[in-house]
Structures are given as C-alpha cells and as structure tokens.
Write a protein that binds this ligand. Structure first.
Ligand code: SF4
Ligand code: SF4
Length: 297
C-alpha cells in the first residue's frame, strides 16, 4: 500500500537512539494547538507558501484555474477553493510555492531512508514520524519491514491514537516506540486535542504488556502541558503500567512559528523554552513519583 509523506530529515539526533533518518507521514487525528508540524495534519498534500522569497509578481494568481489566490502585500490562499493542482507551483519563478506531501510506495520510502545507512553506525537507524504514523500503519509496517530486512534499527514516533490492529502489525517490525503522552486528564485532552485519551492510554498499556521497547515522552508546552499536576499525573500512570519506564520531558521549541505564518494561521503558544531551573523542578517531581529512568536532554 502506498503512503503520503511530507519530509525526510537526515542526520536527526532527537528521533531515537544514535544518528537517524526520519520520514514524516501525513495526516493526524489530533489537533494539538502547539503542533510543531502543522503541514502534516491534513492527510492530503497542502500548498505551502514562503513569503520571504516571493517577488510579488502575481503570476501564480493569474495562473490559478480556481481563483484561489489573491495578492495583497503577500499571497493569500483560499484553502477551501484550492484543489492542490500545482499549477501555481509550476508558474512561480521564485520557488515561493510548493506542494507539501507526495505519494510513495513502501519500497521508494525505504530507499529514501536506507540511502543514509552508512551513517547509522551500530546504534542509529530509521524513524517514522508525522503527522501520526498509525493513520498509515499498513504502509508504515511495510517500510519498516524492508528496513529490518537490511538489518537497520527501526523506530516510530506516535501519539498512540490509532487502532489496536496497527500496533499488533507494527510491533514485530519496530525496535523502539517513542510514545507521547501529552495530557492525563481526559476532559482536558478532549478540550484541547479534540479527542479524549482513553484509546491512547489503552494502547500504551498494550505496548508495555507485550514487551515493546517504549520511551515515554511529554512535550512541555507553556500554558498547556507544563503544570505540576499534569506531569505528576502522567508519571504516576506510567510507573503503574511500567515500573521500569524510561521517561523524557521534551522542552518547548518555538521555531515552528514561521510554519504557521506560511499557512496564514495564528500560533497560540506565547511562551518560550523552559529554563534549566524549570526543567530541574520537573525532574524533581519525576523522582518524587518514583520514575527510575529519567532521560534528560
Ligand atoms: S494549487 Fe492549483 S488550485 Fe491551489 S492555488 Fe495553486 S493553482 Fe490554484
Ligand atoms: S508567482 Fe511566486 S513570486 Fe510571483 S507572486 Fe506568486 S508566489 Fe510570489
């Protein structure tokens, strides 16, 4: 089964162990207000605009068969009218427009990843991320199986919002699961992310009970996930499910703001990265809750 991807990141050092190549799959069932990859939420390709290189020539608006573009200081895209035909991309002389997302076969995706295998060494490998990998789990499982056949370490980054069948299929071909648990309160989860977290927590139990190599992570998002109550509650839950859990807190990275600008969307997170002192306060909370393996950045 073919899949839709939107980025390949080479020489990644934060997407699992060692040096890795990460493939990003399109489509996500969650709506995290702080999403670092907003271009990956829509399962279909999306028109991407870089105003910093735009010449303001208006050629794209003139070429669009659906009149989805208007010029007013910068290009504005009517995303309800745009059919993602790509005509404007071909017309733009400055490379300011691109279609984010393309369909590839599992073999082509594996070849994209395995191109870097000489750099993986003994501890690196390939990682699938998104978007949400579980939305394209049949494609993902084929890609990972092909990498495994070549003796390459495999990992996925996932929110766990997906069907149990996906995990059952991915388990035999995935050496490590990097699992995000963002909020433990079900109502808060539903209010902010669009769904409650029952499926996520059930899937987490399933993975831990079935011998998966799991690294649990929580992104520290100012004003959303970085409360003592939330971090303490998550720590209690994961220690109960897996007393030997490895747990990592991911500091907020505000660099994604430019992506929201390119999509003409507001970014609601106003704070910056947490200070070393604030991180230490959370590490103390994890130790108080009995987390034995705290992974520090
Ligand atoms: S992708 Fe096609 S429909 Fe969308 S703005 Fe460009 S030319 Fe118009
Ligand atoms: S064709 Fe390209 S350079 Fe010209 S206005 Fe459109 S996006 Fe900008």
């Amino acid at each position: 089964m073919n899949g839709t991807i939107f980025e390949v990141k080479r020489f990644a050092v934060h997407d699992g162990e060692g040096l890795r190549t990460t493939l990003f799959l399109k489509g996500c069932p969650l709506r995290c207000p702080w999403c670092q990859n907003p271009e990956g939420i829509d399962p279909a390709p999306a028109l991407w605009y870089n105003p910093t290189v735009c010449l303001g020539c208006g050629g794209c608006a003139a070429a669009c068969p659906n009149r989805a573009l208007t010029l007013g200081g910068r290009i504005h895209v009517d995303r309800k009218t745009c059919t993602r035909c790509g005509t404007c991309v071909d017309r733009c002389p400055a490379g300011a427009l691109s279609l984010c997302g393309r369909e590839v076969s599992p073999r082509a995706a594996a070849d994209l990843l395995l191109r870097d295998r000489a750099f993986f060494g003994t501890d690196g490998g390939v990682t699938l991320s998104g978007g949400e990998v579980l939305l394209q789990w049949e494609f993902a499982a084929e890609v990972l199986a092909l990498c495994r056949e070549e003796g390459v370490h495999t990992a996925i980054e996932t929110s766990m919002q997906g069907p149990r069948a996906a995990l059952e299929t991915l388990l035999p071909v995935t050496d490590q699961f990097l699992v995000d648990i963002k909020l433990l309160d079900a109502e808060e989860h539903r209010r902010l992310l669009g769904v409650d977290n029952r499926l996520i927590l059930d899937n987490y139990r399933f993975l831990c009970e079935n011998g998966a190599n799991v690294l649990t992570r929580t992104p520290l998002i100012p004003g959303y996930t970085d409360s003592e109550n939330n971090i303490r509650s998550i720590a209690r839950f994961i220690r109960l499910v897996n007393p030997e859990a490895r747990y990592e807190l991911l500091n907020f990275n505000p660099l994604c703001r430019s992506k929201y600008s390119a999509l003409e969307q507001d970014y609601p997170v106003t704070g910056g990265a947490l200070s070393p002192q604030e991180l230490e306060r959370f590490y103390t909370i994890l130790a108080q809750e009995g987390i034995a393996h705290i992974i520090k950045e």
